[in-house]
Design a protein around this ligand. Sequence first.
Ligand code: SME
Length: 161
Amino acid sequence: MAEEIRIEASATKTEKYSALLPQIQALIEPELDLVANLANVAAALHHGMGFFWTGFYLVQGDTLVLGPFQGPVACTRIGFDRGVCGKSWAQQKTVVVENVNEFPGHIACSSSSLSEIVVPLFDASNKIVGVLDVDSDKLATFDEVDQAYLEQVAQQLKSKF
Ligand code: SME
């Protein structure tokens, strides 16, 4: 297993993601434990990309419950269709928010968080099992490049649930 994530600090966003994804694959490939894999993926994305908050919420009945993450402490439970995470869960689609203060129902875990992307996670039978949530302390950080690569990360995790 790779013991550290190597990403050029001067690389573009696309270059960083394309260097990171094979390293994430190598990290999770030999490991079967879900928490271990989610914890390492959160750390690899967070430090590799320099995000403000990076983590997982997992479906438990009618609620999303906080899973492994990196960054400031966060809300532990989010209802179905509540906030950006609950919306992504309900719609089973990626939600990109340029300004969280303009998103009706946004759940402010941290007042420093200004923009956000939430990607749904599916298991091998295509059942939704959680979301990957990434927050930025700047406006309009996330675009279709983040969406494409973070959806690939969700794809990499599919067989691990
Ligand atoms: N802002 C999210 C809640 C989770 S935190 O950002 C870590 C939302 O509205 O769903």
